[in-house]
Design a protein around this ligand. Structure first.
Ligand code: GRA
Length: 384
């Protein structure tokens, strides 16, 4: 077992850290308050190759691997969690097309996502289909050379701004999950209405509702065969879940750093508040939870880089990292008191953003279900 990062990975991590601190951090509070979508930063991250780590050079990537993606994502999320979502919106569709697309589809869709020219997304969730993906109702009916989509998607990251990404719909509702299909949509096609939704956190990651009224997708944009959609979706979620896990590490670290710096600066009752054992307890737990989560997330990424099954390990990593982020944000709030609660300081943003990690990409309860059911032999988590 080797716990050292290679020189190449250290260089990538340092590049992401420098970019995050110089380009994202200075305006993060303002961007959060004003709910700005920073398309310029999304483009710059593309130019730096942040979306291409799992993509071969043929399609515009750099092939540095999953661990590189995890390192980059943690650094970005540490300064502004919402900007981490932007990474996932590019890599999710790019990786899925790489895995399931035809050569023509790969050439057509992947380079734009990797460069940030295309603003990506993946539209899975619906009003009545969150944890239960198979309960979705959107249908895709073939009409000549196109499919026409009816229904709608809810809580779609990048929904208001996406230009091209994945959408899942039933081509045969009678077949339950085996009748689901996956498509790559050009969101400028007719038949789409978008609405921006308001949320507690992740303000710079625009969230939307998409309504389809005979929304047109060329049949040539279907990934795989009709009926492959559910398995494609499960595969995709396993990749994008890892990005969320890495993002949660970044938030946990940011909250811990804020708490530690305050502990050494603030004095009450004649001593630094870090000298109080109750605060030391919180600091120790923050460190232990964060480091445990990081090792689990690295293990999942390492398995992915070895092309070994890793769904179970990804769920364990995502669950642990999401809980570590929430523990840390809550503990930082306790340590900073009014300065944590104040909107003039970043801890309340960490607190709001941390919450999203217990919800997105399979809630903490879904991860626990996957972990426990695998252990008990009710459902196999790892797939080839
Ligand atoms: O027997 P079969 O041939 O019908 O196949 C079954 C099973 O073998 C079938 O699907 C197969 N399957 C898989 N195949 C490949 C199941 N899992 C996998 C897999 N990983 N790979 C049906 O299986 P099932 O177990 O009966 O399915 P289910 O009970 O309907 O659902 C399973 C499960 C609960 C795990 C799934 O629905 C799930 O993961 N739910 C969570 C949904 C989720 O993560 N949503 C995320 C939305 S996107 C988002 O949050 C964006 C955030 C963006 C950001 O912040 O970055």
């Amino acid at each position: 077992m080797d716990f050292e990062l290679s020189e190449e990975l250290i260089a990538v991590r340092d590049l992401a850290r420098e970019f995050a601190e110089k380009e994202i951090a200075p305006t993060a509070p303002k961007d959060d308050k004003e709910k700005n979508f920073r398309g310029d930063l999304v483009k710059k991250m593309g130019e730096l190759g942040f979306y291409g780590t799992m993509i071969p050079e043929t399609y515009g990537g750099n092939g540095l691997g999953f661990l590189a993606m995890v390192l980059i994502t943690e650094e970005i999320a540490r300064v502004h969690s919402a900007m981490r979502v932007a990474i996932n919106m590019q890599i999710g569709p790019a990786l899925t097309v790489l895995q399931f697309g035809s050569e023509e589809q790969k050439k057509k869709f992947i380079p734009g996502l990797v460069s940030g020219e295309t603003i990506g997304c993946f539209a899975i969730t619906e009003a009545d289909a969150g944890s239960d993906v198979a309960a979705m109702r959107t249908t895709a009916t073939q009409s000549g050379d196109d499919y026409l989509l009816s229904g709608g998607k809810l809580w779609i990251s990048n929904g208001p701004v996406t230009t091209g990404g994945l959408v899942y719909a039933y081509t045969d509702k009678a077949q339950k999950h085996r009748g689901m299909s996956a498509f790559f949509a050009d969101w400028s096609a007719p038949g789409l209405a978008r609405k921006t939704l308001e949320t507690m956190g992740a303000h710079c990651s625009p969230l939307g509702e998409l309504t389809f009224d005979n929304f047109r997708i060329p049949a040539a944009n279907r990934l795989g065969n009709e009926g492959d959609g559910f398995k494609i979706c499960m595969w995709q979620l396993n990749q994008t879940r890892l990005n969320c896990a890495a993002g949660a590490l970044g938030v946990a670290r940011a909250a811990k750093e804020a708490a530690m710096s305050y502990c050494n600066q603030r004095a009450q009752f004649g001593q630094k508040i870090g000298e109080f054992q109750m605060n030391q307890d919180l600091i120790a737990q923050m460190i232990a939870h964060e480091e445990a989560a990081r090792l689990l997330v690295y293990r999942a990424a390492w398995l992915a880089d070895q092309k070994k099954p890793n769904n179970l390990e990804t769920s364990i990593g995502k669950y642990t990292a999401a809980e570590a982020a929430n523990f840390a944000a809550d503990a930082a709030m306790k340590i900073l008191g009014a300065y944590g609660y104040s909107t003039e300081f970043p801890v309340e943003r960490y607190y709001r953003d941390a919450k999203s990690y217990q919800i997105v990409e399979g809630s903490s309860n879904i991860q626990k279900m996957i972990i426990a059911q695998d252990a008990l032999g009710y459902r196999k988590a790892n797939r080839a």
